[in-house]
Write a protein of this length. Structure first.
Ligand SMILES: Cc1ncc(C[n+]2csc(CCOP(=O)(O)OP(=O)(O)O)c2C)c(N)n1
Ligand SMILES: Cc1ncc(C[n+]2csc(CCOP(=O)(O)OP(=O)(O)O)c2C)c(N)n1
Ligand SMILES: [Mg+2]
Ligand SMILES: [Mg+2]
Lengths: 369, 342, 369, 342
């Protein structure tokens, strides 16, 4: 199925009432849809549980994806897990969960425990999953864009059939590095799919204060590449558009931008709890809550005669909760990385000045002990 | 912070007249508010500084009071923010650009280096860029790599910009006013872990603190402890611990890093013969190396011990090891003991 | 007259054969056209003379504008000299000449003499003209774009009817700062006109290796602003388009991008003398030489029955040559700025460490003397 | 450069076997050529490095020989160039990114700071960025503000990157090979005024020079002269002038600034008791401040004079005063005399 670039309205497959607006492709059996639903539900529950963990003071920072699950799950499902490469940003844990990154790994990062692959060095939400080709996340907004282009250039040079996926928020599109990386990708016809998770806010800055262009995907015109516009709360549309674009990119036709229009229902992070008091209206949040991506797929399943029952939901919630709890316990049990890991991995081999600094702290620690 | 250290920081001997006690972030807000009122050329902008009041609330209430044309949000681009400030300043305004965290000055590096810092020089003195870049810096808030860095050394090395980092409300307010009334670009680092922790008296009346002058926080004759920014409470804790052992440390808070108060430093070390320099910037090639160099160059004959540094380590700022990374009062005191026993 | 944005072809008024393709606006009397011709001629001769100066070793660097005179003269004439503000780049001396910046000032900068307003501190072509609101030029490509936005924001804030003009080459459009500055201008509706002098090369990199977009002006779509496309070798078209866009910007309708399609006939600079050997064909250069902007206006004047005579040209050349020679002599006679100016203007007041450094060199100079 | 200085730089005692004499830029070209041949993962790119061969011709002929997929032009964006190198390196390649002038590293500053330098650490050692950024730096070519700067001190302060600056063809070739074969990001500064001025022998056989080791350019017992990069010929001139007066200076060329060879520096200064540090980076808070700090900290008791610096001045690099800006042999010798007479 050919997906059109530069549509005036976001591409949509399922109405807000859960009715298909065009025939669903074959693969969307109730079972398959249920799988998507479960991934989205799992992400939502994960957020809910982790916010509790935050409230308990067992982690210091949390950036929820509430409301954005269709975008993230649809995207993850559109690519080849363990084969394609990912340059993500901090709000993308649902992508990682859907790719199959173990919960323990994510939770360990969030808690900074010994089970964390990045050794407790980064603040929560700066994940990394070498097993799934998810490159370690940097806080610096849009700084992942030029490197994503580089990874795709390498994939092309090495003759692989991998692609690179690079995600970012609406705010990121204002940064210079965003432009620099995308422009280079287009010139080099690098196999990279740029995905804007347009949740309409960058902390307290609305997208209209971010750019004067009507949409984000239209910016693709500046780079001579196609720009696609999809309803980011419609998981079917997301999966269809992302799959088509990913395969186009894989086939060597050059990079593309996809804008998924969604909404950040929750706060930006725990450091921004009072969004509705300061910069956006309760009505706006309610309007978007009423367009919830999980609701939409539940309605679709009901429409297809395979409704999600209350018991099923309950069982699913319990399953995820148990999984999260077990991961939290296992992570906690592993303890905090010992202090000396802070002195390693700065270079391949520890240079003398760092050995000296480590010895200095060791002496201090031994006196303290 | 110990009570005594708190007291030493709370009341600068420079404070006179009627005062009120506020914290450091309020001092910043007040300085902006008062300068916005005083000078129409002043505008304040950056990411989320508008209705949200900034992520630390340094600009809380200012949009409501002064209007959206004077205190406003920008797109998420540090290069655009600093660059716009340069262009405004050249056209006669007094812009205050906020960078949300000092860690995010990177995208604006070339705007600072190629535009702000070189403007006066390259134009033969005809174009000038009197702007202020305000930014929270330093560690101690569990911010990991990108919410904890201390990049001031880069900017001290960059001729053409002034660099300031207060550690008390009095200095924060007075230095920010000086920055706004001066004719040069100023990078104004705000030690974020002191935003609410540092409380102190500020005069009710308008006042300024001159850029380029250190503050004497404590008199002493046995050794000179020199610091700035977020480490100051720990420096004072160390001085206090030493005092309990009968050692009197003189404590200088540099406040300005470019220009820095070499005269005050040299006259103190000439007296004590020993200097311990404290900062949280990574040790190698940091700004305190400059202070150390200057001391040994000028006072080689009167030094009783090598100049010593206590600093951050040479690594991306770590997350769970936040506490170990930062110079503690104990670590500072230990360095002093080393200097004393030399 | 309303100028259309986003045209497929560059807007043109005069054919390569010198025939009006549409009626010329009233102001284009033979006298007026002769004035434009003289400005262009003057710029061309200036380049020719200065390259001789370079060959004589009396300056160290030269970046000619040969071939781009219609773009630069048309642009300068479209704005209000001494009123509007300019953030230019190094190849824009024809703009400054047309604005009325004295030749002595430009030549002093190029030679680094005492008559240079920037005191011999910058390498040639990094001009500055406070008298004409031309802000000191920085080498760092595209770094002028965010400041230009700031100047325009100030003009708006201060309630002036000034606009800011920001120029750059095709290469500059790849830089992050270019994007950051233009995006901000659009959001803030700052009165700034961005002008791309697309001479199709950035040193040895052709525009097709710079961006995958078909044109530069199309990039305006990414910022929600109009993009105009003009034949940069047609001075009438340039003047008409730039005038219309400048007045649109002045009227408060927000910023715009204008792309002037032209060609760098000469080398990038004296450091790049062998362009045709290394990266472009002689045929390409010849093709564009045959589209010379001065030829076109000469043909137009002939077509209008007011040809430029050989004597007129000769007299003009002599006039410019005399002017340049006088300026060179006056500049040279002023001598080199004394060594100590290197220690001034770093800050408003000289801080102690610089006073120390100056004293150190003074002692050294006195010993040497 | 005097004849003797030239000789000292031309033949490193490390050179052995059959040799040829080439200049520094040819050494760079050869290293790239040989590594492109040796390792398929190596690619070379940047502004104008393709058919044009770079503005200094460092990559001349390489596109023709190795193909456009291996040596190619990029759009005019330093952030894209360095960022692409990061992404390639993470995916297993060995990219060499050229920045046309070190002055233009500014737009790539955040890519170096937030991506390259922190990659290994932030990923727990799983993702690595073994890339090389090559860039011509330093003054002496009448380049003014933006074609003369020496920004190495910024990067020495930035934990996670290695910093190298050769001054001889032998070192340029050997260090560039080490950089390409190593596992860390390396910033490779090439002193542009020595590109053609520095000539010397290089082995015909493949060889490397280890990163982190200084080179002894001249033995002496009266004082230690330490420099790197473009100033080395002047340092050697000064040493020679001193020798004519009967003073034997030991001369160290650091070559690597991060890590730098503290051991070699300390053992020399321990012997001579005096150190003069020479660089052309602006004086305040430059990398040599670190070397000075380390010397006085470790060798306080054996120092006979303060550690002295000769450096660039704290200003944007000037144009007509190019010559006065740079440390001359005379200026260096004068500092040595000051140290000797102390
Ligand atoms: C270079 C940089 N500047 C500023 C920040 C601070 N910051 C963190 S998140 C954020 C907003 C990002 O918004 P968006 O890109 O839309 O992503 P979202 O949080 O909405 O998912 C900002 C300004 C940063 N992390 N990096
Ligand atoms: C940030 C930066 N990077 C690289 C350079 C080196 N450089 C000088 S001119 C130039 C090409 C500019 O091309 P363009 O913008 O098209 O202008 P043109 O010279 O064609 O007029 C380059 C790469 C620079 N000056 N600044
Ligand atoms: Mg967002
Ligand atoms: Mg060009």
């Amino acid at each position: 199925m050919k997906i059109q670039p530069f549509t005036a309205e976001p591409i949509r497959w399922v109405s807000e009432q859960g009715e298909p607006l065009q025939p669903l492709p074959e693969r969307y059996t109730p079972d398959f849809l249920r799988g998507l639903y479960r991934d989205m539900f799992r992400a939502r529950e994960f957020d809910r549980k982790l916010i509790t963990l935050l409230r308990q003071g067992r982690t210091s920072f949390y950036a929820q994806a509430h409301g954005m699950e269709a975008t993230q799950v649809g995207l993850a499902r559109a690519c080849r897990a363990g084969h394609d490469w990912w340059w993500l940003y901090y709000r993308d844990h649902p992508i990682m969960l859907t790719l199959g990154v173990p919960m323990l790994q994510l939770i360990s990062q969030i808690m900074g425990t010994s089970t964390d692959v990045c050794k407790g060095r980064q603040m929560p939400h700066h994940f990394s999953a070498p097993s799934h080709n998810v490159v370690s996340i940097s806080s610096s907004i849009a700084s992942q864009v030029p490197p994503a282009t580089g990874t795709a250039m390498a994939q092309k040079y090495l003759g692989t059939d991998e692609i690179t996926i690079c995600t970012f928020g609406d705010g990121a599109t204002s940064e210079g590095d965003w432009h620099a990386g995308i422009n280079m990708a287009a010139v080099k016809r690098a196999p990279v799919m740029f995905v804007c998770e347009n949740n309409q806010w960058a902390i307290s800055t609305g997208v209209a204060d971010q750019t004067a262009s009507e949409t984000i995907h239209i910016k693709a015109r500046a780079y001579g590449m196609p720009g696609y516009y999809v309803d980011g709360n419609d998981v079917v549309a997301v999966l269809e558009v992302m799959s088509a674009v990913a395969e186009r990119v894989r086939s060597g036709e050059g990079p593309a931008i996809v804008e998924a229009l969604t909404y950040r229902v929750g706060s930006h992070s725990n450091a921004d709890a009072d969004a509705e008091k300061h910069y956006r209206t309760r009505e706006e949040v309610e309007e978007w809550t009423s367009r919830d991506p999980l609701d939409r797929i539940e309605k679709l399943l009901a429409h297809l005669g395979s409704p999600v029952t209350a018991e099923e939901k309950e069982a699913l919630a319990q399953e995820v909760n148990a999984e999260v709890s077990a991961a939290i316990e296992e992570a906690a049990a592993s303890g905090t990385p010992s202090w000396d890991v802070m002195f390693h991995d700065i270079y391949a081999e520890q240079p003398p000045h760092l050995a000296e600094q480590e010895a200095y702290v060791r002496a201090e620690q031994e006196v303290g002990a | 912070m110990s009570l005594i250290a708190e007291e030493q920081m709370a009341r600068s001997p420079e404070v006179s007249g009627e005062t009120r006690t506020i914290n450091l972030i309020t001092a910043v807000t007040e300085a902006l508010d008062e300068e916005l009122t005083r000078d129409e050329r002043v505008v304040v902008f950056g990411e989320d500084v508008g209705p949200r009041g900034g992520v630390f609330m340094a600009t809380a209430g200012l949009t409501a009071k002064h209007g959206e044309h004077r205190v406003f949000n920008t797109p998420l681009s540090e290069a655009a923010i600093v660059g716009a400030a340069v262009g405004m300043a050249v056209r006669g305004m007094r812009p205050v650009a906020e960078i949300q965290f000092a860690d995010y000055m990177g995208p604006a590096f070339d705007q600072i280096l190629s535009q702000a810092a070189k403007m006066r020089y390259r134009s033969g003195g005809n174009d000038t860029a009197p702007l202020v870049i305000r930014t929270p810096s330093g560690g101690g808030v569990k911010g990991g790599h990108h919410h904890s860095q201390s990049p001031e050394s880069y900017y001290v090395h960059m001729a053409g910009v002034q660099v300031v980092m207060p550690s008390t409300p009095y200095d924060a307010k007075g230095l920010l006013k000086s920055a706004l009334r001066g004719e040069d670009p100023v990078i104004f680092f705000e030690p974020k872990r002191l935003y609410r922790a540092a409380k102190g008296e500020v005069p009710v009346q308008d006042y300024t603190v001159p850029i380029g002058k250190a503050a004497l926080r404590r008199e002493g004759s046995d050794l000179t402890l020199i610091g700035y920014g977020g480490v100051m409470p720990d420096v004072l804790d160390a001085a206090q611990a030493l005092a309990a052992e009968g050692v009197q440390a003189e404590v200088l808070d540099l406040r300005s890093l470019m220009p820095w108060d070499k005269e005050a430093v040299l006259s103190s070390v000439a007296k004590t013969g020993r200097a311990v320099l404290v900062s949280e910037a990574p040790r190698t090639a940091n700004f305190m190396g400059e202070v150390a160099y200057s001391i040994q160059e000028a006072l080689f004959d009167s030094l009783l011990a090598p100049v010593l540094q206590v600093a951050g380590f040479d690594m991306p700022y770590p997350y769970v090891q936040d506490k170990i990374y930062l110079p503690s009062g104990n670590r500072i005191a230990a360095a002093c003991v080393r200097a004393l026993n030399y």
